[in-house]
Design a protein around this ligand. Structure first.
Ligand code: AMP
Ligand code: TRP
Length: 328
């Protein structure tokens, strides 16, 4: 049966291999049999100050990347979060039904705020805005990387709590969807940290629009270990294991099969092959990206998406307001 799928990506630069293998690849798989809504979460992006011009550029960049990887605006709704006012509105209602204690436990908040008194309130409330994004569309499935697991759990807790108070038909309780391989891609320079958009070292990640020279440099310099054996063992061999994970996810091959293929070979061979596979995957994306960005069709697609998302959100907002006794 067709389900409602919702997910979002922040419009910040450097959309990378982790975003692609953890989230975007799922977006494309799911749109075949489901009703998918994919959001560019610009309200989430301003929890950290952003240059307005850059933010707007990045919104279009992410929209173009959605399409480049295969999200089809004829099948899926693609829209900008701030175009639908229900996100912020529902977030407030959910904030009144969540606890400061549970938000304080979010690891992303702890990492980003470093317990500073001057951390923005928005950074603290961020997971509630995410819960609102999801619940606003009666979402069944949320495809994301495993770093979002805790936020999905919180969303479920809040939805169940509200349902217990205001009636079971208030919110659909969503489920996260995580891929077996690709849910957590690690940094190339430090395979104990997740690959991130904001890490200072450009060579820590492969961005989807990187050229061949950059891809080669990042992979060939990726941190490995000194025992020389190609084996999947994330605990003792995080670097090699990460390369195997990326490779396997890119060519849809189980890591165990790659281990057999590379048994007795050196890291250099594995890396060279991974460069080749990565370049081949990303080259067509780069070409299409330039086309789509130049075509001027993005604005129309996003306006159309906002309209479709807006009418869906309105139905849910009306129901929620009624349940809570808000307005008349
Ligand atoms: P963000 O860049 O934080 O907006 O993340 C967009 C999506 O990519 C979310 O579903 C994340 O869970 C996913 N993601 C981000 N970093 C990684 C990573 N290193 N490995 C796998 N998935 C990731
Ligand atoms: N918090 C997510 C991230 O940082 C992005 C996001 C915002 C999201 N709202 C969402 C993901 C709703 C899935 C569903 O990656």
């Amino acid at each position: 049966m067709s389900k409602r799928v919702f997910s979002g990506v922040q419009p910040t630069g450097n959309i990378h291999m982790g975003n692609y293998l953890g989230a975007l690849k799922q977006f494309v798989q799911l749109q075949r049999d489901n009703e998918c809504v994919y959001c560019i979460v610009d309200l989430h992006a301003i929890t950290v100050p952003k240059d307005p011009k850059e933010l707007r550029e990045n919104i279009l960049n992410v929209a173009a990347l959605y399409m480049v990887v295969g999200v089809d605006p004829a099948k899926s709704t693609i829209f900008i979060q701030s175009d639908v006012s229900g996100h912020a509105e529902l977030a407030w209602i959910l904030m009144c039904n969540s606890y400061t204690g549970e938000l304080s436990r979010m690891t992303q908040f702890k990492d980003k705020s470093r317990a500073s008194e001057s951390a923005p309130t928005g950074l603290f409330a961020y997971p509630i805005l995410m819960a609102a994004d999801i619940l606003l569309y009666d979402t069944d499935i949320v495809p994301v990387g495993s770093d979002q697991k805790q936020h999905i759990e919180l969303t479920r807790d809040v939805a169940i709590r509200v349902n217990n108070k205001y009636g079971d038909d208030t919110f659909v309780v969503p489920e996260g969807r995580f891929l077996k391989e690709g849910a957590r891609i690690m940094s190339l320079d430090d395979p104990t940290a997740k690959m991130s958009k904001s890490a200072e070292n450009e060579l820590s990640r492969i961005s989807l629009l990187d050229d061949e020279a950059k891809i080669k440099k990042a992979i060939m310099r990726a941190t490995t270990d000194s025992d020389g054996e190609i084996r999947y063992d994330p605990e003792n061999k995080p670097g090699v294991s990460n390369l195997l994970t990326i490779y396997g996810a890119l060519v849809d091959t189980p890591v165990a099969e790659l281990e057999r293929k590379y048994a007795g070979q050196g890291y250099g061979t594995l890396k060279k092959d991974l460069v080749e596979v990565t370049v081949q995957t990303l080259r067509p994306l780069r070409e299409r990206y330039t086309e789509i960005r130049a075509s001027g069709e993005l604005e129309r697609i996003l306006a159309d998406g906002a309209e479709r998302a807006g009418s869906q959100a309105e139905i849910v907002m009306k129901r929620v307001k009624e349940k809570f006794g808000l307005g008349l």
